[in-house]
Write a protein that binds this ligand. Structure first.
Ligand SMILES: [Zn+2]
Length: 256
């Protein structure tokens, strides 16, 4: 109840205070950071990407191996959005925080690379990314940009010279997460004394586990998200707002 009574200004001041006092702050971001850049949350049934196919089925590693063209047909609109998307004020605010030494790393569930486009350097992409693709037969790795551009023109699943199909290095449902990145993310979560969760509803593991790992170490938690999360009752500060509005306001009030 108390949080309902607190104004957004007070909440932002509290966030500024928590960030200023932190020695090792880490951010955790999810789909909500990229929706203001026009990228839908493909796990959400309201994203428009569930109309024909259930992504849990079509974007699974099993269906990819069985019929990559069906996956690529589903991916096409999303890939186009990702290729041309630009960082929004939330990405820029997080990049600014890192540049000023106020956050040390970003753990992200997003595969769109927008944190890097915004200038963030230490980005741990626990669900992989779209910058590179790997042949599922011979494991040859290629940069994905020209591959994606060509695919958007032809609509055909990109093939390797060995005859195998290239799969983007984004992690599909049922696929193993990138172990080294994941371990690094877990280490950052255990090391931090402040976790800033932005635009994640914390429904999906491993993101859902990160605040608990941080809390075990006594870290404070700030959550900025439109929807409530399961971790809200344990967080030090919860701001139910738009990350693209709230994060820049926090950054503005921090010392340069
Ligand atoms: Zn190959």
């Amino acid at each position: 109840m108390e949080q309902v009574l607190v104004s957004l200004e007070d909440q932002i001041e509290r966030a500024v205070d928590l960030i200023r006092r932190a020695h090792y702050a880490v951010a955790l971001t999810g789909a909500g950071v990229s929706t203001p850049s026009g990228i839908p949350d493909f796990r959400s049934p309201t994203s428009g990407l569930w109309e024909k196919d259930n992504p849990m089925v079509v974007a699974s590693i099993t269906s990819f191996r069985a019929n990559p063209q069906v996956f690529y047909n589903w991916l096409r609109p999303l890939a186009e959005l990702i290729l041309y998307a630009q960082p929004n004020p939330a990405h820029l605010a997080l990049a600014d925080l890192e540049q000023r030494g106020l956050i040390k790393a970003i753990i992200t569930q997003n595969i769109d690379g927008l944190h890097q486009k915004a200038g963030s350097r230490c980005v741990l992409e626990v669900h992989g990314h779209m910058r590179q693709a790997t042949c599922i037969r011979c494991y040859k790795q290629v940069p994905a940009n020209s591959l994606v551009a060509r695919f958007l023109l032809t609509g055909e699943a990109p093939c390797c010279e060995c005859g195998g199909v290239f799969k983007p290095d984004a992690i599909l449902f049922g696929e193993q997460l990138p172990v080294r990145v994941l371990n690094r993310a877990i280490a950052e979560a255990r090391r931090c004394d402040l976790l800033l969760v932005a635009g994640s509803s914390l429904h999906v593991v491993p993101a859902a586990d990160i605040p608990f790992l941080a809390a075990e170490n006594g870290a404070n938690t700030i959550i900025v998200n439109l929807e409530p999360t399961d971790f809200d009752p344990r967080a030090d500060l919860v701001i139910h707002g738009d990350v693209a509005e709230v994060l820049p306001r926090i950054v503005e009030l921090l010392p340069g």
